[in-house]
Ligand binder design. Structure first.
Ligand SMILES: *[C@@H]1O[C@H](CO)[C@@H](O)[C@H](O)[C@H]1NC(C)=O
Ligand SMILES: *[C@@H]1O[C@H](CO)[C@@H](O)[C@H](O)[C@H]1NC(C)=O
Ligand SMILES: *[C@@H]1O[C@H](CO)[C@@H](O)[C@H](O)[C@H]1NC(C)=O
Length: 267
């Protein structure tokens, strides 16, 4: 009985906060039924945790390099060497693998003012999120954004693109032809949606050709958080509960981040 009323409440919340004003006929396939998928459909294995972070691998791609990450982890103290325990050390860029950008990444004044990854709002990094498929024949332009029909009231969106189909995060060599936001797409998002969390499936939310312009548009207000290098393979489009936690790297404008999705169920 209690469960039932909580469920009704959840559906109500879900309609209000996620589906808001969108008309079901125009909606994206991920939410076009007009019904709120709260994880009760038989097709969803309830209570799953879907890991959408990439494992750090020596052959994972890094920005503008054909070499990949390479040797980033080593055993500095080993029991075989007489250490009382094994202790590894690592060295890598803060924008490696699945990672988050802070406003100081592209704004010198924000960097100097201390807008590092430790200032990012955990409330934006955790909550309901929508996974959408971007049409595979385009970068994320204003037109592409408009076509996605993401309703007002949606705060977090994971954009799955051709990058996932091309398995780019599984290739050692950095590929500049990845899909990302063009400047007009970023501006459209800022002007016409309530999105505060932008997640994408390669090393930058911005297309290579609009790299800095798109970042500037997103990070100017300091209200939008960018998570890059997500692993979005084999996940149904739709609404999930998203949980992302960066490291508390004081002074850093980027950090590795662990993100998981959970199906939306109670208990
Ligand atoms: C410590 O590292 C060594 C390699 O130097 C390995 O053989 C051993 O299994 C490790 N010990 C533990 C407790 O993990
Ligand atoms: C100690 O361990 C490291 C890592 O396994 C190894 O490279 C090094 O040769 C070892 N040194 C000695 C003195 O055994
Ligand atoms: C996206 O933009 C990149 C340049 O930033 C280009 O190489 C690529 O072909 C574009 N992809 C699509 C699908 O239009």
């Amino acid at each position: 009985m209690l469960m039932q009323s909580v469920y009704v409440l959840l559906i109500g919340l879900c309609y209000a906060s996620i589906f808001g004003i969108v008309s079901s006929s125009e909606a994206h396939p991920g939410y076009d039924s007009g019904k709120c998928d709260v994880g009760t459909s038989a097709s969803r294995d309830q209570g799953r945790i879907l890991d959408i972070s990439h494992a750090y691998r020596e052959d994972m791609p890094v920005w503008d390099s054909s070499e990949g990450l390479g040797h980033y982890l080593w055993l500095a103290g080993s029991m075989k060497n007489g250490s009382i325990a094994n202790n590894s050390e690592m060295k890598m860029g803060t924008h490696t693998g699945t990672h988050v950008d802070a406003p100081g990444h592209v704004f010198q004044e924000y960097y100097e003012a201390g807008f590092d990854v430790d200032t990012l709002d955990l409330k934006i990094l955790n909550g309901h999120a929508l996974l959408v498929d971007v049409p595979r024949d385009t970068n994320i332009t204003a037109k592409a954004m408009e076509g996605l029909n993401i309703p007002r009231g949606v705060h977090r969106v994971l954009f799955r693109t051709l990058n996932t189909d091309r398995h780019l995060m599984w290739r050692r060599e950095f590929d500049t032809s990845y899909v990302g936001f063009m400047k007009d797409g970023a501006q459209w998002l800022v002007d016409n949606t309530d999105i505060k969390f932008v997640g994408i499936d390669y090393l930058s939310v911005a297309a290579y050709d609009d790299l800095i312009p798109s970042h500037l548009v997103f990070l100017k207000s300091k209200e939008i958080i960018l998570v890059e290098g997500l692993k979005l393979d084999d996940i149904d489009p739709g609404v999930y509960s998203l949980h992302c936690l960066p490291l508390r790297l004081l002074g850093a404008e980027g950090s590795p981040i662990r993100c998981v999705l959970m199906d939306q169920i109670l208990m």
